[in-house]
Design a protein. Sequence first.
Length: 102
Amino acid sequence: MNRTLNEELIYEILSVVEEIPVGKVATYGQIAGLIGRERNARLIGRVLSMAEFYGRYPCHRVVNQAGRLAPGWKEQRGLLEGEGVPMKNETHVAIKLYQWEC
């Protein structure tokens, strides 16, 4: 399997992110598993950090396995709450209730 980060892989990741429904969240690891790279959750985060260069994608719907929001991205919380995803606390969504079941 080619481990190089290329445009094809970037669009594969972003196409999965694009499928996350409004009002749901997915984890970095979940997306990695969906593209057959179960051990590459950090790769997903890296791609999402530069997604703005490839178009508009709902990257705000991706959180870590505990439901924690991306550190330093203050707008993420408001975007999720605007879609009906409540917060468990200041930095976490209720992942067990709002995780995308794909």
